[in-house]
Design a protein around this ligand. Structure first.
Ligand SMILES: Cc1ncc(COP(=O)(O)O)c(C=O)c1O
Length: 419
């Protein structure tokens, strides 16, 4: 007889405690079961619309902020090869060294960043999502304030709160093309301000910042000794004659900036889960310490695929084609929205349009809910992304031209009924 079957401890436990389902002590009150930090994170403002949309089978969605392309073939090949070669183990905590080198080289060549040390100043993460979380955990103590211009990507606020910090939100406005103004930042600074968190090109507005505007922010960071976290995940998705400016490449900024970037958007690699953080050795070292306990290493197959994104020259052609395709769709949707009467400033980056719905007399929540129910078109209320988003909706144009045209037709009919 197999020895395991002779000693079944669970039988013993059951005989001593009856049916084994009686709680021996009363449970603590539900209100104190969760950490206050988690309770303080606001619920997602977009869930409701996805729940309604899930009950319909013919929704035209401009709701999802994700490329509609499959990753380019050289990236797919590198991923397949990685698996076929049996590269299924962890990598170094910091990520594959060649990938760290490629990240540093890319930022240097493309944006004039200083040559970052791949050993100490580059960390490969599970997307910018993880990098953002690590950055906040690495720099914040309770009571520290982080200035967060809004509207912004939903995880910024959550990452600050989960690290015990306090969010100081600074709204941006359509009249400024959703750029951050130096006056607003100066007004938000207190003796507790530790960091400034910016994200350009911006999700949800599609706004970019010009060099002058960035230099103003750099001056403020220097004057008030702020750490700057700059999420530049959409760096390659810029249109027209705009050239992306890397914040850390501005004079004096490399030593106080944590630059976050990733593969998800530029290379259509959301599911591979690879991003990176680049910055001064002390800050990146602290992030690495957390990362090595939390994650060990980013997915190996994703890292090897990301290496091909940087190093295989054949990838570039595909990136340029994707950018051109987004740009065509950008012009289609922005012109369409303005013709319908939903005023839309020109987004110069990412893949979002952020029109005002003021013309309809509805607020952004009523607009989204009724548009979904009446026309089966899904867009996201701007206020789900924070202050400054009121009266606007986010339309992601990483959708097919046919989808965008149908969505515009639905919005046209809707606005005709509600103007
Ligand atoms: C501005 C911004 N930052 C970060 C992320 C997260 O990206 P990742 O897939 O690298 O975690 C997103 C995803 O939508 C985003 O829009």
């Amino acid at each position: 007889m197999n020895s395991l079957s002779t000693t079944v401890p669970s039988l013993d436990v059951q005989s001593r405690h009856g049916n084994g389902h009686q709680p021996s002590r009363p449970m603590r009150p539900l209100s104190s079961r969760l950490s206050q930090r988690v309770v303080a994170v606001p619920p997602s403002g977009i869930r409701k619309y996805f729940d309604i949309a899930a009950t319909m089978d013919d929704v035209i969605s401009l709701g999802i902020g994700e490329p509609d392309f499959v990753s380019p073939p050289p990236i797919l090949q590198a991923g397949i090869l990685s698996l076929q070669r049996g590269h299924t183990a962890y990598t170094s905590n910091s990520g594959i060294f060649e990938l760290r080198q490629a990240v540093a080289r890319n930022l240097h060549q493309r944006y004039g960043a200083r040559p970052y040390d791949p050993e100490k100043e580059v960390l490969i993460t599970v997307g910018v999502s993880e990098a953002m979380y690590l950055a906040m955990q690495a720099i914040l103590d309770p009571g520290d304030e982080v200035i967060v211009p809004q509207p912004c990507f939903v995880s910024y606020t959550a990452s600050v709160i989960l690290a015990g910090g306090t969010v100081v939100d600074v709204p941006t406005y359509a009249r400024d093309n959703f750029a951050v103004t130096p006056e607003a930042i100066r007004a938000a600074i207190t003796p507790h301000t530790k960091a400034l968190l910016i994200g350009f090109p911006n999700n949800p507005t599609g706004a970019i910042m010009d060099r002058e505007g960035m230099l103003e922010l750099a001056r403020i960071a220097e004057e008030h000794d702020l750490i700057v976290i700059s999420d530049e995940i959409y760096d390659r998705l810029v249109y027209g004659d705009h050239r992306h400016i890397m914040f850390a490449a501005l004079p004096g900024m490399a030593e106080r900036t944590i630059h976050l970037g990733g593969m998800s958007k530029d290379y259509a690699m959301t599911g591979w889960r690879v991003g990176y953080a680049v910055g001064p050795a002390d800050l990146v070292g602290a992030m690495r310490k957390i990362h090595q306990y939390l994650i060990m290493s980013a997915p190996t197959v994703g890292q090897e695929a990301a290496l091909a994104a940087f190093n295989d020259p054949a990838t570039e052609e595909y990136v340029l084609q994707m950018v051109e395709s987004y740009d065509r769709r950008r012009r289609l949707i922005v012109n369409g929205l303005n013709e319908i009467g939903l005023d839309c400033f020109e987004p110069k980056g990412a893949f979002y349009a952020f029109p005002s719905v003021a013309r309809t007399g509805l607020n952004e929540h009523e607009f989204c809910e009724r548009l979904l129910v009446e026309e089966h078109v899904a867009v996201i209320p701007g206020s789900a992304f924070g202050r400054g988003g009121e009266g606007h909706v986010r339309c992601a144009y990483a959708a097919s031209v046919e989808h965008i045209e149908k969505a515009l037709e639905g919005m046209y009919r809707f606005v005709q009924r509600h103007k």
